[in-house]
Structure formats: C-alpha cells, structure tokens
Design a protein around this ligand. Structure first.
Ligand SMILES: Nc1ncnc2c1ncn2[C@@H]1O[C@H](COP(=O)(O)OP(=O)(O)OP(=O)(O)O)[C@@H](O)[C@H]1O
Ligand SMILES: Cc1ncc(CO)c(N)n1
Length: 268
C-alpha cells in the first residue's frame, strides 16, 4: 500500500487540516500518516484559537516516520511559524523526501492568520524550493508574488512568477474568482487549465486541503503531475457537489460520496 504523510494543523471540526487530509487519503486507498504542527480550536464558523506545537516534537515526528517507513508522498499544509517552517524544510531535505505537495495555507476562510505574517518569507525561501508542486489560492498567490490577480491571465502570470522561486510545478487555484472554478498549472514548459463549473454552495470548508491531499495521493499512486491534478480536480468537484451542511457556518467537503459510491454502499 502507498503511504502518504500530511504535515499540517489540526482542525477540531474535522473539515480542514489534518482531518481533511486523512479522510482524503483513505478515500484514495493510500495509508495516511500525520505530523501535527498546530492545534486550532475551529468550527464551521471560524478559527477561535491556535496553539503551535514545538519545533522539537515536529522534528521528532518526521524523523521517526522516515526512519521506519518509506513515504511515497508528503503534503504540507498549515506551518504557522518560522521555526516550524525551517525545521520541516531541514528534515524533509535530510530524508530526501519525494512528491512534496505544498499548500501554502495563510489565512482561513474566516480571516484568521494561520501563517504568522512574519513567517511568509521563510515559507518562500525554504519550502517553495523543495516542493514538487505548490497550490496557492488567489490570495496566497498574490501574497507570494505581490501581483494583482483578477482573471485567468493574471493567474497564469502569477504561476510563472512563483515557478521562478523554485517549485517544480505551480497550481494557482481559482476557487475565489467569480466565474467557473478554473485552476491553472505551470510545469515550467506549458500552462494547463483544469476547469469545472462553479458549484453554488456555501459549504467549501477544507477545499484547499482536500485538493492538495488528493494530488499527494495521486502522486504516491504513480500518476504524473498532470494526471494527479486532473484526478484531484475531479475528486474535489464531487466532494463540493455533495458537501455537507454540518454546523451553522461553512460546512465541509464530502469524502464519503466518492468512497462509498465506489463501494456501492452509498448512504446519504
Ligand atoms: N464553488 C466552487 N465550485 C467548484 N469548485 C470550487 C469552488 N470553490 C472552490 N473550488 C475548487 O476547489 C479547489 C480549492 O480551491 P480554493 O481556491 O477554494 O482553495 P483554498 O482557498 O486554498 O481553500 P481553503 O479555504 O480550504 O484554504 C480548487 O480546485 C477550486 O477550483
Ligand atoms: C488547520 C487548518 N488548516 C488549513 C485550513 C485552511 O482551510 C484551516 N482552516 N485549518
């Protein structure tokens, strides 16, 4: 069985972060492992508090996993602070980790700083260059490049500018634009678009976490970058189409639809 590691924050409400990642891994038939970087007190209405985990225990979690288990892909989500970022970069380099999917989580949908603003430069300097693919949304792409992003053409320009910072592939996600939900991939040679219709729902908690974990799962399974993104886009679209009205706010994506539909035991 392929083995995929998520290095990310915990979302107590189960819709984003580590919890979304592990659900996505299971739905892809890969074995999920986790290194927790921060614990958030969060629900569908927002993030209310964060406690960062110390860099020493983050380093130790990574070490014991890589010393024991062959890791086929790594997804990096919420990394919170400078020490955490530098530790993760050092450890992943030490173990020559492959198929690294970096979701540069910065601000939650409710406006909470999940990445300390002063840590942005460390993320750009130390994590971008080791990423097989980075998956910024429009706001993150703007924060990384300083460019205004209002349309697909701007997304393409931003993808090319981020590519120059070192990742092997860049996927700028269009979930926050108003037209169709189109994501733009640049692999250093060509641009590809992955388009779906915009689904009219408020329940989009954890969409970014789900997409990046699906990409990591597909890379672990041996798909090319193009195929991994294509399949992940199909997965997230179904997961949003059947998203769940749980809680009073922004409900989570649905991982069970694809999983149980495949097994023929769908129970909605
Ligand atoms: N309403 C929607 N309809 C269809 N697809 C969507 C919609 N919203 C987001 N997506 C898709 O979901 C994926 C995640 O994109 P998005 O831009 O929402 O990420 P994100 O902002 O990083 O998510 P998060 O808020 O979880 O961090 C992309 O493939 C995007 O195109
Ligand atoms: C822990 C965590 N990671 C990422 C996100 C972004 O969706 C979130 N809301 N919470």
């Amino acid at each position: 069985m392929k083995k995929v590691l998520t290095i990310a924050g915990s979302d107590s409400s189960g819709g984003a972060g580590i919890q979304a990642d592990l659900k996505t891994f299971s739905a892809h038939g890969v074995f999920g492992m986790s290194v927790i970087t921060a614990v958030t007190a969060q629900n569908t209405q927002g993030v209310f508090a964060v406690q960062d985990i110390s860099k020493d225990i983050i380093a130790k979690q990574i070490e014991v996993i890589f010393e024991d288990i062959d890791v086929d892909a790594v997804k990096i989500g919420m990394v919170s602070q400078i020490d955490t970022i530098n530790t993760i970069a050092e450890e992943l380099k030490k173990y020559n980790a492959k198929n690294i999917v970096l979701d540069p989580v910065m601000i939650s949908k409710s406006g909470f700083d999940l990445l300390r603003p002063e840590a942005k430069d460390a993320l750009i300097k130390n994590l971008l260059p080791i990423a097989t693919i980075i998956t910024p949304n429009i706001h993150e792409a703007r924060a990384i490049t300083g460019m205004e992003i209002k349309n697909i053409n701007d997304m393409e320009m931003a993808a090319k500018a981020i590519f120059e910072m070192g990742p092997k592939n860049v996927l700028v996600k269009g979930g926050h634009l108003e037209e169709d939900a189109t994501d733009v991939l640049f692999d250093g040679y060509e641009i590809n678009h992955f388009k779906s219709h915009r689904i009219n729902t408020k329940n989009t908690h954890g969409t970014g976490c789900t997409l990046s974990s699906a990409i990591a799962s597909n890379l672990a399974l041996g798909y090319s970058i193009f195929e991994a993104v294509e399949r992940a886009k199909e997965y997230i679209t179904v997961a949003i189409e059947h998203s769940l009205s749980i809680g009073k706010g922004v409900g989570p994506t649905n991982h069970f639809y694809t999983l149980y539909k495949k097994a023929g035991v769908l129970n909605e």
